[in-house]
Design a binder for this molecule. Structure first.
Ligand code: BGC
Length: 907
């Protein structure tokens, strides 16, 4: 070793081998991207794992997977359903099962061991999964419910109103239960109990879908909940999206209905099946007298049905359950996790208003509900209204909620203490107005339950700049606020829909912070399920609002999210599954919206760009607005390029030439029509027109720098270094400015505090991201405080550029990283981590007073190319894990194997 001793102030790169504790092992075993999932329906489930070791440059050389139908068999290597044998290669993500045919409704066990350049691991821990009901004949249950609206005030017109249904079925289990599995769907939403205990902590299940095409059911292993003797299966049914919130434009599909089948296997080998049918009892006279996702839940404790979900309850007053029509869609095992309570927060402040009402401040705009532990008076309603902000006089600001009443009501059955939270609603709120209390409550009487789809938080991000950090927090809260079995636009007003345009690029940025793979994969299915017979994509999917506008910019999310799932998680399935439907969409649009190779139809423009007056929602000034044809043509062009990639990976090579040819013609026509070669600007020279053309590859060769200069001039001169784009342009702004050498301007935009900017929102008290740059002054008809679409590519820029955590070109799922951080003046420290499918990636750099250090962690079975500029004066490193070092024109390029490293400068 040349550099045996480290000289102070001189390079060094130090491989901290040994920092990663523990031994060589396989961890984080997953089937179809979940740990021990229940109800997997694919015939070839895919296995993934991670490998760790204390050493550096860990590479997998082969793997061996074994599968059996019991743990004992697996341990004894008897009756194996699959033994992959030693399969050489470094694949450790989404390896498909290739064993014997899997049976319906069974549990399977698996383990894996791998050989690496550092030796062989032991067998992993044994993990398991269960199969769904794979054949429609496995279902014997019928859809049931109460087919009448029998309570006063109930209506399916206007603002709908309906009480929850309670359903119950007693059964006997005389023998020892070996395994019991509940297969259940309840539309719009259900809560299931066995002998008074919830079967899971999932809420608002099942996941939403376009019911005429698809109905999801859940699978729960309920073995421990079944006792010997009398048992009771009870289910509460809420309205959810099935008995929709408004007669129009949100759809109403029908009255709530339940499908449930409990399959019991006894120790002696016999079986029993309890199914939903006309033998069940039902009532709608229980305490949940109304539940409407927009308007709130009303709970009358005087109508409680004590022990209704246990065997001892007498249900003679209840009705016989009605057989309901099946909802129509294909009954499908839910591939994505349900919503659960993912976090809890306590309020920070209570104010008493002069009329005796209280205003609770949660300190954070959040989504979920309030758990209350209060004292009440018999029959005196405690009313809670929820909102995102307050008026100047400290009262609740509800104007931006439009027609959503967002009000929960609890009526106590007796004087004294009670604890309550709703079952079938959620609210987007920071503030709660509480009426009907005689005593001042204290902060500890309240818990904010934060709900969204069960998923791991994958990213952390901190820097030396407080605003950059606060913005990350706002984004984090905004994203988790808008995952509801689909990515929604907003969680508070009478909308809450899966608007596609909000997520085109956003889904990628979000993936750094949350493991959103299964949510987005499921949403792509909603999009396909909502496609028109002609091939058009609904701008809202599932199409509770059906919008077939023959436009491009919103439907583009279908393609971009599929690409995100492939590049971020290595999941190629969504691209394969939806390729034909994507192709149909492109052909349809070509037919109906293309004239002379220009895409003519566009609905939304560069939605929510900052208008000339802060009172406006949308700009009226033609010089600020980007022409619809620019937006749809550039986006359509980018979709043709994506489709060429997709065709390549799905075995549709024959399509590539056609997409290429059409793309070339579009590029030509577009430039002829919109590009001014003398001034190198597009159309009316908006930043959006220029940046989309540049980043999506339409600028004629040789003009790129000039177009970029126009973007910079416009931003610096006309907008004083501020953002001038809406939802479309912002998707490329931060990366575009950085890629062409103006990271300083990107950084300025990220840290601006004056209007329009993210910092402006924060200065005005935002704890999430607003729908409008001027959300504080524009018309309340459209000023949600919790929309994520204006994040654009900000989070991608945080990770890829500020932290230098980026897929190398051609790399999938960070198998190879390209770590090339940028160092804007004014930023001296960045500390980021991202939990990729291979393991945790870390990057933490410090640059102050001439010294530089960078700590990085590269997960096992991956590698990184690290690039740093000459100006940092990094000397050539060597040692374990350093695969290659190159001095280049611009700096140093180092190839590293997995491990923990520190780079420092020469001083
Ligand atoms: C939604 C947006 C959506 C837009 C499209 C709004 O009402 O909240 O997020 O993309 O409409 O028109």
């Amino acid at each position: 070793m040349k550099h045996k001793t480290f000289i102070i102030g001189f390079l060094l790169m130090l491989c901290l081998a040994g920092c990663q504790s523990g031994q060589l092992q396989v961890v984080s075993l997953k089937v179809e991207m979940q740990e021990n999932p229940q109800g997997v329906s694919t015939p070839s489930p895919r296995f993934s794992w991670q490998i760790t070791s204390p050493g550096v440059d860990l590479r997998q050389q082969s793997y061996r997977i074994q599968v059996a139908s019991s743990e004992e068999d697996l341990k004894k290597e008897k009756n194996l359903l699959w033994d992959s044998g030693i399969a050489s290669g470094d694949e450790s993500i989404l390896i498909p099962y290739e064993g014997g045919k899997l049976s319906s409704g069974k549990a399977y066990y698996w383990r894996v061991k791998v050989a690496t350049n550092q030796g062989e691991t032991a067998w992993s821990a044994i993990n398991h999964w269960s199969t769904a009901l794979l054949d429609s004949t496995d279902w014997r249950a019928k859809w049931i419910g109460q087919d009448t609206m029998s309570n006063p005030g109930e209506t399916n017109k206007g603002n709908t109103r309906l009480a929850a249904r309670y359903l119950r079925k007693p059964f006997h289990a005389e023998k020892k239960v070996e395994r019991a599995v509940l297969y259940i769907s309840g539309l719009g939403a259900y809560e299931a109990y066995l002998n008074g205990k919830r079967v899971s902590d999932d809420v608002l299940a099942p996941t939403v879908s376009w019911y005429p095409e698809k109905v999801y059911y859940n699978v729960y292993d309920v073995t421990p909940l079944i006792g010997k003797g009398d048992n009771l299966l009870g289910v509460k049914l809420g309205n959810g999206r099935y008995f929709g919130m408004r007669e129009s434009p949100t759809m109403i599909f029908g009255l709530p209905r339940l499908l449930a089948q409990l399959n019991i296997e006894y120790a002696d080998g016999s079986t029993d099946t309890i199914v939903s049918d006309e033998s069940w009892r039902v009532t709608s006279k229980g305490p949940i007298v109304a539940n409407n996702e927009f308007d709130g839940e009303e709970y009358d404790a005087r109508l409680e049905l004590p022990d209704w979900n246990t065997a001892k309850y007498d249900d003679t007053e209840w009705l016989q359950a009605d057989i309901m029509e099946a909802p129509g869609g294909k009954l499908t095992a839910q591939p994505n996790p349900n919503i659960t309570v993912q976090d809890e927060i306590t309020p920070v402040h209570i104010t008493r208003l002069s009329d005796g009402r209280f205003i609770l401040d949660m300190g954070q705009n959040m989504v979920g509900w309030l758990n209350i532990n209060l004292k009440g008076k018999q029959g005196q309603p405690v009313t809670m209204r929820f909102a995102e902000t307050l008026n100047a006089d400290s009262t609740l600001y509800t104007a931006n909620l439009r027609s959503a009443k967002v009000t929960d009501v609890y009526i106590p059955a007796k004087d004294g203490a009670f604890r309550w939270e709703p079952s079938f609603v959620f609210h987007g709120f920071r503030f709660v107005e509480i009426a009907g209390l005689d005593e001042q409550p204290s902060l500890s009487d309240f818990t904010g339950k934060v709900i969204y789809d069960r998923m791991q938080t994958t990213g952390r991000f901190e820097t030396s700049n407080e605003l950059i950090d606060q913005l990350f927090k706002n984004a984090y809260w905004g994203i988790r606020s808008n995952y509801r079995g689909m990515p929604t636009d907003c969680p508070q007003r009478d909308e809450r829909q899966g608007w596609l345009g909000d997520r085109v690029t956003g889904c990628f940025g979000e993936a750094f912070v949350f493991d959103n793979a299964l949510l987005y994969a499921k949403w792509l299915q909603d999009i396909e399920d909502s496609q028109s017979p002609e091939g058009d994509i609904s701008d809202v999917s599932p199409r509770y609002w059906t919008i077939y506008d023959k436009d491009v910019t919103w439907p583009a999310a279908y393609f971009y999210a599929a690409k995100m799932l492939w590049r971020q998680y290595g999941d190629m399935e969504p691209v394969k599954r939806h390729y034909a439907s994507m192709k149909r969409f492109l052909e349809h649009i070509q037919q109906v919206s293309m004239q002379d190779y220009i895409l003519t139809k566009d609905t939304y423009g560069d939605w929510c760009m900052p208008p000339e007056s802060q009172e406006l929602i949308h700009s009226q000034d033609p010089s600020r607005k980007t022409a619809g044809a620019i937006l749809s043509t550039t986006m359509y062009y980018s979709l043709l390029n994506l489709m060429q990639e997709f065709a390549g990976i799905t075995g549709n090579q024959a399509d590539i030439a056609g997409y290429k040819e059409l793309a070339a013609k579009i590029k030509d026509a577009y430039n002829q029509r919109f590009f001014n070669t003398d001034s190198a600007l597009y159309d009316n020279n908006t930043v959006t027109a220029n940046i989309l053309s540049l980043r999506l590859g339409l600028v004629p060769e040789g003009y790129e720098e000039k177009v970029f200069e126009n973007i910079v001039r416009k931003t610096e001169v006309d907008f004083d270094g501020h953002v001038s784009t809406g939802v479309l342009g912002i998707q490329h702004l931060m990366r575009g400015l950085t890629e062409y050498g103006r990271v300083d301007l990107a950084y300025k935009i990220a840290t601006n505090e004056t209007y329009p900017s993210w910092g402006y929102m924060i200065n005005k008290g935002a704890t999430t991201i607003w729908e409008l740059w001027n959300g504080d002054t524009a018309d309340p008809a459209m000023n949600s405080g919790n929309h994520v679409m204006l994040l654009g590519d900000l989070l991608i820029w945080y990770y890829e550029d500020l932290a230098g955590i980026k897929n190398a070109p051609g790399s999938i799922a960070y198998k190879q990283l390209l770590m090339e951080p940028v160092f804007p003046d004014g930023l001296s420290h960045v500390k980021a981590s991202y939990h990729s499918v291979y393991g945790e990636i870390k990057s933490e750099w410090r640059k102050e007073d001439g010294s530089f250090s960078w700590d990085i962690v590269i997960p096992g079975n991956t590698s990184a190319v690290v690039k740093l500029p000459k100006s940092l004066n990094i000397a050539q490193p060597e040692g374990a894990g350093v695969r290659n070092v190159k001095e280049t024109e611009s700096g140093i390029e180092i190839e590293l194997g997995s491990g923990t490293y520190r780079l420092v400068n020469r001083g």
